[in-house]
Ligand binder design. Sequence first.
Ligand SMILES: C=C1C[C@]23C[C@@]1(O)CC[C@H]2[C@@]12CCC[C@@](C)(C(=O)O1)[C@H]2[C@@H]3C(=O)O
Ligand code: AKG
Ligand code: FE2
Length: 372
Amino acid sequence: MPSRSLLADAFRAHPVHVHQKHIDFTSLQEIPDSHKWTQIDDEQHPLVDPLITESVPVIDLSDPNVLQNIGHACKTWGVIQVTNHGIPTSLLENIESASRSLFSLPIQQKLKAARSPDGVSGYGVARISSFFSKLMWSEGFTIVGSPLEHFRQLWSQDYTKFCDIIEEYKKEMQKLARRLTWLMLGSLGITKKDLKWAGSTGESKKGSAALQLNYYPACPDPDQAMGLAAHTDSTLLTILYQSNTSGLQVLKEGIGWITVPPIPGGLVVNVGDLLHILSNGMYPSVLHRAVVNRTKHRLSIAFLYGPPSSVEISPLQKLVGPNHPPLYRPVTWNEYLGTKAKYFNKALSSVRICAPLNGLADVNDHNRVRVG
Ligand SMILES: C=C1C[C@]23C[C@@]1(O)CC[C@H]2[C@@]12CCC[C@@](C)(C(=O)O1)[C@H]2[C@@H]3C(=O)O
Ligand SMILES: O=C(O)CCC(=O)C(=O)O
Ligand SMILES: [Fe+2]
């Protein structure tokens, strides 16, 4: 990740006006009106009992059948949990403890590293807050490029230690994200020749990425609060480390919200909107959200991986034919982030050029889903 990332330009051009109402969750005995959500589930999209339904596929990356397993899981779910991924446990422990240190700083200290309205990096409420009348029960810290300046504001003494952990984490995650991208595309018959930018190892051609640290404090009334509202990620894929506390839920069409239980050493991998576009709709980008807990706080760390920010992404030629017209027009990650900032969960439909041939609703037609 270059320190002055092109990704940041997407937000300079499309400032997101969120109510920057920063709140000290530690002092609250009950939910203030500003954070009270009237209904977090509805009849069409109920919360599903984990004991009576299927669960998100767990893919062992060392399995000889990994290619078929991953392809099938991505087509049917758009989300998987991976094991044997090669990320050292010590690195996961280090990033978790660095994130805990960050969020446990006093609010006045955290605000020294607040994200500016037209900026991408720093401390603040979820970007998607601007689309909802109620605030979410969470705090976030976004890192695009180097966190050095912000970390210097947070910790005057040992900020370099925290920077080193972030850099190491980004480096390892970048390698894993590239490997996963090739596995996911490989199972659709796509090779490095079919995707010039992704085959290159040159600095300018490497994917761009953002790191999102999320903190969900324990909540006196979890049924009336939302940790992070339902959304898809604007990425190729997202790798999420959710530590050992559950809270992530994914929407399985026709079934409802399914909890993704943390598994020891496991990482959740979401298909994002750009991979949905590249795969010409074969892989759905999964709608997901985070709910909160009455007694436990929760931490999650998302590595949001995308292509170089100004490369045009469009349905891959090999996946297009007379019976499979291209479903989306070309779009760069930079442009798409701007579109997302404007249209949120309708961003995908806004770049769509062709309705599904079978007349059925698109798997990614989230307009029908109540998101607030
Ligand atoms: C690259 C990015 C994707 C993201 C916006 C961002 O610039 C950095 C934060 C990312 C995140 C994380 C939480 C959910 C999300 C929808 C949001 O509001 O900020 C995603 C954005 C996205 O995928 O569109
Ligand atoms: O906290 C979680 O489980 C979800 C986080 C997430 O969806 C994100 O950061 O994009
Ligand atoms: Fe997400």
